[in-house]
Write a protein that binds this ligand. Sequence first.
Ligand SMILES: NC(=O)c1ccc[n+]([C@@H]2O[C@H](COP(=O)([O-])OP(=O)(O)OC[C@H]3O[C@@H](n4cnc5c(N)ncnc54)[C@H](OP(=O)(O)O)[C@@H]3O)[C@@H](O)[C@H]2O)c1
Length: 317
Amino acid sequence: MILVTGAGGFVGAHLLKRLTALGLPVRALVRRGTDGGRLRRIAGSLCRSARADTASLKSAMQGVEQVIHLAGIFRESGKESFDAVHQEGTRRLMEAAREAKIRHVVYVSALGAAPDRIYPFVRSKWLGEGEVRKSGVPFTILRPSLLFGAGDHFLTPLSRLLRSSPYAVIPGYEPLRCQPLWVGDLVSCLVKTIESGVGKGETIALAGPAQISYEGVVDLVQEELGARRPKILLPLPLAATLTLLLERVMTAPPLTTGVLDIWRLGAITARDTVQKAYGVTPMPLAEGARYLLSSGGPPSRRGARRERAATPNRSIS
Ligand SMILES: NC(=O)c1ccc[n+]([C@@H]2O[C@H](COP(=O)([O-])OP(=O)(O)OC[C@H]3O[C@@H](n4cnc5c(N)ncnc54)[C@H](OP(=O)(O)O)[C@@H]3O)[C@@H](O)[C@H]2O)c1
């Protein structure tokens, strides 16, 4: 049995569908309040944890051999700080995993995770990694770049904003760079790790085949949407403050502190990391954007093949 934490989120939805399609036994761990009906249909087994304390986590791990730890946040709210969720939450999970004698934990961190106080999101992921490493439980740490795919936290809100706003707002005067990865490719890596132990004991950076600036992504999305919004460059401190403000008042803000941190850090890695570590050829962002944003047009044959492989039951998503 595989336990997936944060199963109700963006990656969780894609991962659960793939694991289930492969016939692997999955238990989704979600919080009280998360809509479980949809997940129960995919995962078969659903476990709710009101308090993520070691005892309730341990009981969720009964009969479990491997854990994929996805739970995380992109914006802080009340007591839910980045450190509380990514470090303290991971510490409790690893404690429970050790007591439950879990065979392998796969932790999804973030590309560029580092002890840099300027970027609280990536710093907290680095602290979370530390908890995994010192737990004594066999582990794999995957560090994906920003992910794109249906329901993502990056292309989807940006395209929503570009559809409704008269301007295209670009954070930073200097180009912010990133190397986005398709969620289906991350899922392929997770499955290979779970099925055959690829990367056990390692920390693996995972990124797409192209490095692109924020402005480059805006251009790509505008092209797909057939939009020509005039661009406004915002100084980074102002963009960060505006992001903080918007995430306090909006349920689905166009940008979150976590996603902006990934952009500001500009973490870049080799273009062939996914191919080298997993033998997977990652989908280029332009192809993914075309597929995601096309107004109902048929996906390219390659895109369709990938989508079938990643989301075999599309009615669920
Ligand atoms: N998406 C990306 O571009 C990206 C890039 C790099 C790394 N990552 C990492 O990949 C993982 C999955 O990302 P995602 O995009 O799927 O995130 P997501 O859509 O925000 O989903 C995260 C999940 O974590 C759960 N969660 C949040 N706080 C929790 C807490 N205190 N205790 C237990 N569960 C909690 C949420 O549960 P509820 O549904 O109940 O709120 C949600 O289901 C995260 O760790 C993220 O940091 C993502």
